[in-house]
Design a protein around this ligand. Structure first.
Ligand SMILES: [Zn+2]
Length: 447
């Protein structure tokens, strides 16, 4: 005894579900005895073929409905002609797993000759489903475009032109640009319960550029969160943030977009006139500019030169053995927020430096401390009181927003126009609820 199964596609009138109007066979196959994990399920080819056939049928029904609803008067108000059917036109349309050629009814005015749009692109504004664009943009923002292409091929069981790396790049860029546009109108609507305390971290990262006149360009990244969002991990790894909003930009626009998206991120985390903001920065002026833009919107603010950056900079100065103890003492002064003592000792140390290179390094560090002396705090006290003093406690924004995608390969070079939209998607993906809330609008408005 052997058995088979079949899957049938039917259409019917809602009022009479038992009367089948149209029927199509989707699959007819034998029920075979399973022997292992390879022949137990239907297999990806059969599954995709089913989806393809069902979808083709659904698309045909929808196209018929579209033709039925076609306005029959000529759209030209000065013309009295009527639109009549004039042949059909094929055009491509692509979904997450399947490619289709849709056949559309063409209409033409019998008087002036006006023709109605008759390709999927003209009617839907695109040749790809919204969900395919969403996945392309998401994969393109989290993987290299070529890796994204490979991932698509794996799940589609074949290479599909619509998912080649150039196409993914193009969709990622247009969806990302669309996010920039959406964000422009967001300031007014971002109101949530006011937070009493917020932590803001602004940092920059250098990226190789395609610009032949420059070696690199600086991308800025910010993260804002409530202290309660810090979730301790095991001791060796950075803490996870349960809720945060991020912003990033590489535009050469006097930081306009970055500041505005950082403000929106802060508003979404509850920034208000009573909020105290603790701002941590690496010490670069462009980062402080962003912090200063937040100040007028907050109740009060504490600016802190990020201890993580101080200690990293000190780590990068390699000293001969006899000077190490002195250097460590300088670190202790800084740890207590004692800029004057640290600067005095740094200048003495510079005099003892054995080489010009070392002296330069010490002087450079000295300048860094001097430029940021007003933002030096008593780090030791803050630590004792359980207050934030370093960005090192939480995951690195520059690392997650920028480096992880942009610094993967040596040859990877970026243009500002190509990178900025991608950074917007990464910022949305790294912010609580942002991508989920935005991708539909972003896809609909992508060009
Ligand atoms: Zn006409």
């Amino acid at each position: 005894m052997s058995q088979s199964y079949r899957v049938i596609f039917q259409t019917y009138e809602d009022s009479s579900p038992d009367t089948v109007i149209k029927e199509a066979l989707i699959i007819d196959s034998k029920i075979t005895l399973p022997t292992n994990c390879l022949d137990f399920t239907m297999g990806i080819k059969t599954q995709l073929s089913m989806v393809h056939q069902i979808q083709s049928n659904v698309l045909n029904e929808k196209l018929a409905l579209l033709a039925e609803n076609q306005e029959r008067h000529c759209p030209d108000s000065n013309c009295t002609g009527k639109l009549v059917k004039c042949g059909k036109q094929k055009s491509p349309f692509h979904d997450v797993f399947t490619d289709h050629m849709v056949v559309m009814q063409r209409f033409k005015c019998n008087f002036c000759g006006h023709e109605t749009p008759s390709t999927a692109k003209m009617i839907m504004g695109t040749i790809q489903s919204g969900e395919l664009q969403k996945i392309q943009a998401e994969l393109g923002a989290t993987h290299t475009y070529r890796e994204a292409e490979e991932l698509f091929s794996l799940f589609s069981g074949a290479k599909r032109t619509i998912n080649n790396h150039d196409r993914i790049k193009q969709v990622t860029e247009s969806v990302g640009s669309s996010i920039v546009e959406i964000s422009k109108h967001e300031k007014e609507i971002a109101t949530i319960n006011e937070a009493s305390e917020l932590i803001l971290n602004v940092d920059g990262g250098h990226i190789k550029t395609t610009d032949p006149d420059a070696r690199s360009m600086e991308a800025l990244a910010s993260v804002i969160y409530q202290p309660e969002a810090i979730q301790s991990n095991s001791k060796d790894t950075r803490n996870h943030l349960t809720s945060k909003n991020c912003a990033a930009s590489i535009l050469d626009d006097n930081q306009e977009q970055f500041i505005s998206s950082t403000i929106i991120a802060a508003l979404k985390q509850g920034l208000g006139p009573k909020t105290h903001v603790t701002a941590l920065c690496d010490g670069a002026q462009n980062c402080w500019n962003v912090v200063e833009a937040i100040r007028p919107l907050s109740g009060s603010m504490t600016c802190i030169l990020d201890w993580f950056h101080i200690s990293m900079k000190m780590k990068n100065i390699s000293l001969p053995e006899q000077l190490k103890t002195k250097f460590l003492r300088i670190k202790w002064h800084l740890w207590r927020g004692n800029a004057d003592s640290a600067l005095l000792r740094l200048s003495q140390l510079a005099k003892e430096a054995s080489t010009d290179t070392l002296r330069d390094k010490i002087n450079k560090f000295s300048t860094y401390i001097r430029n940021n002396r007003d933002r030096l705090v008593n780090y030791r006290d803050r630590k004792k009181q359980g207050l934030v003093f370093t960005s090192h406690l939480a995951e690195s924004t520059v690392e997650s927003l920028i480096n992880r995608r942009c610094k993967g390969q040596q040859h990877m070079r970026w243009s500002r126009d190509g990178l900025n939209p991608l950074l917007q998607i990464r910022a949305a993906l790294n912010s609580k609820g942002e991508w989920e809330n935005k991708w539909r609008t972003a896809v609909l408005n992508a060009t």
